[in-house]
Design a protein around this ligand. Structure first.
Ligand SMILES: Cc1cc2nc3c(=O)[nH]c(=O)nc-3n(C[C@H](O)[C@H](O)[C@H](O)COP(=O)(O)OP(=O)(O)OC[C@H]3O[C@@H](n4cnc5c(N)ncnc54)[C@H](O)[C@@H]3O)c2cc1C
Ligand code: FES
Length: 315
């Protein structure tokens, strides 16, 4: 069961009221989430920004005051729920909120997508992982793919503020799955769009070679849940000798370096993405082993997804 029990303090008369009321039973004052006594981990804003992609803002002043671009939280929605990581796409220490953008791909993310404003995430430790190294590199090419366009916007904005010349590239399978285009245009020195099917912008990522051919680029930063896309970007940048940092998304469980689920091989060494990453030098990553490990539970995930749809069981 989702933990949604909350107590509201009526703004008109100060009475403490159980959330089943929309109006205060004493004075008739209207109650909404602003009046919640315990707002911790409540969803305060929810928007669908592309098909199956949602943006939420969650109240958690502790995480919001410490979060930096590139870090993530691990969500657990309810007692029986699994832990799953989502990268922080923005934080407002003043409002005590963090922003998350997520794709509804399986049981946990679909359940998060079904939660509404006022609902409470059971726990959400963070910020986890190392922040992106924001500094003045010179000319930086930033690539955000699919749902990771969300966190990429926060990272690219910070790199722009640090004085870099920013070439932003966003990519998705099709035009419909793109979002934040206008926001990216505002912070870009140059801006490009790519789709796998060519329905908008460049088809595929080959065009990046031309950009790299025509410019002196000091640093490339890439983020995408699709490992093959990051691998392709690294393949493109390697012959140019451009330092390429990528944010990896291996399977994670505890997010604290204890369980070993997120291990990756980088430069021949074993690393844990949750504590040593999630960002690594893309030219040093053992991509074959990462792809193999990410596919390890595909069958179980499908079975669970079908089972939960049929039975209403929640993971
Ligand atoms: C550090 C980190 C940051 C992440 N940030 C985001 C984010 O900001 N937004 C977002 O939408 N997702 C993000 N992810 C991926 C997200 O954690 C998974 O999509 C989620 O765990 C899926 O859980 P589920 O129960 O909904 O689906 P499942 O049933 O577990 O999986 C459904 C499908 O998604 C695939 N999948 C599951 N986990 C991953 C993964 N880690 N990488 C790629 N494919 C996966 C499965 O192979 C399967 O095909 C991140 C992952 C990591 C490790
Ligand atoms: S998620 Fe367990 S060690 Fe990283």
């Amino acid at each position: 069961m989702m933990e949604n029990v909350g107590v509201y303090k009526c703004p008109e008369c100060g009475t403490e009221v159980n959330e089943k009321y929309v109006f205060c039973p004493v004075c008739g004052g209207k109650l909404d989430w602003h009046n919640l006594i315990n707002k911790e981990n409540r969803i305060l804003l929810k928007k669908e920004i592309a098909p199956m992609i949602k943006l939420i803002e969650v109240y958690n002043p502790q995480v919001a005051s410490k979060a930096k671009p590139g870090q993530f939280v691990i969500l657990r929605l309810h007692e029986r729920g699994k832990r799953f990581p989502i990268t922080i796409s923005g934080a407002s220490p003043e409002d005590g909120t963090i922003r998350l953008v997520f794709n509804e791909v399986g049981t946990a993310t679909k359940q998060l997508g079904s939660m509404n404003v006022g609902d409470r995430i059971m726990n959400m430790p963070g910020p986890l992982g190392n922040p992106t190294k924001i500094r003045n590199y010179g000319t930086v090419l930033c690539f955000g793919g699919g749902v990771m366009i969300g966190p990429m916007f926060w990272i690219a904005s910070a790199l722009k503020k640090a004085g870099n010349y920013i070439i932003n590239v966003i990519g998705a399978r099709t035009k419909e799955l793109l979002f934040f285009e206008d926001k990216f245009r505002e912070i870009s020195n140059e801006f490009y769009v790519a789709t796998d099917d060519g329905s908008y912008g460049y088809k595929g990522l080959d065009f990046l070679r031309k950009i790299l051919d025509n410019r002196d680029i000091d640093f490339v930063y890439g983020t995408s849940v699709a490992t093959a896309t990051l691998r392709e970007i690294c393949r493109i940048t390697e012959p140019f000798g451009i330092k390429t940092v990528v944010a990896l998304t291996p399977i994670m469980v505890d997010g604290s370096g204890m369980c070993g689920a997120c291990r990756v091989t980088v430069g021949g060494e074993r690393k844990f993405a949750c504590v040593d990453g999630p960002e690594f030098d893309g030219h040093e990553v053992d991509w074959d082993s990462l792809e193999k490990r990410k596919r390890m539970y595909t069958l179980e995930e499908r079975i669970l997804s079908v089972f939960s749809e049929v039975s209403g069981f929640s993971s």
